[in-house]
Design a protein around this ligand. Sequence first.
Ligand code: TMP
Length: 222
Amino acid sequence: MPRGVFITLEGLDGSGKTTQIKRLAAWLTRRGQEPVLLRQPGGTPTGDRIREILLSSRSSALAPMTEMALMFADRAQAIAEVLQPALDAGRVVLCDRFTDSTEAYQGGGRQLGSAAVLDLHRLICGGLQPDLTLLLLPSFEASLARARHRNKRMETETGTDEGRFESEKDAFFRRVWEKYREIAAREPARVVLIEGDLTIDEVHEQIVESVAERLLTAAQKR
Ligand code: TMP
């Protein structure tokens, strides 16, 4: 059985990933390639418990190293339980965030550096890399305003408290932003950068174009 195709979506909180993942999943399903959906942190019963610790404002004393280790603990479980079996079965996997998020948020935002993240990635993920990463970077100000507004609304409507990252200072998100750009510049063959304040339809079109191209390459290799 040929390996499936592993696609990740990345970006700052409020970059529109969730909307785009839904639309891409629908597009793939219409083409007869219904994807396996995964998000990080989370996506497995153990991962959902780790997500709660990581995102709750009650975890205010979490040390940066603990945060990074928990992100990788979650990832190890997701790989073993969902990701690797799906790829082995030849499926398309759409994952909302992966190691690029750890490099951007913990490596950049928390200033632990890229080397520590990439070392852990090699050890824990066996170097498993996405075939394609779609990096959504609308303007910094728009993303941040959207993320903070969304978090307040979610707390009021559902009582879910996932505000620990959104309550970080602007300087933290600036560092995350810079690190994302650094990753895109370092790995242009894997990372497609979708920049600027585009409409939802425009972003979707760019995503579909990149995904169609990558699926074709994967099919030709078979
Ligand atoms: P989400 O709201 O897109 O699901 O993201 C959850 C938060 O977790 C988001 O603020 C980014 C953060 N995060 C990290 O800091 N490091 C990571 O490795 C991952 C996967 C997410």
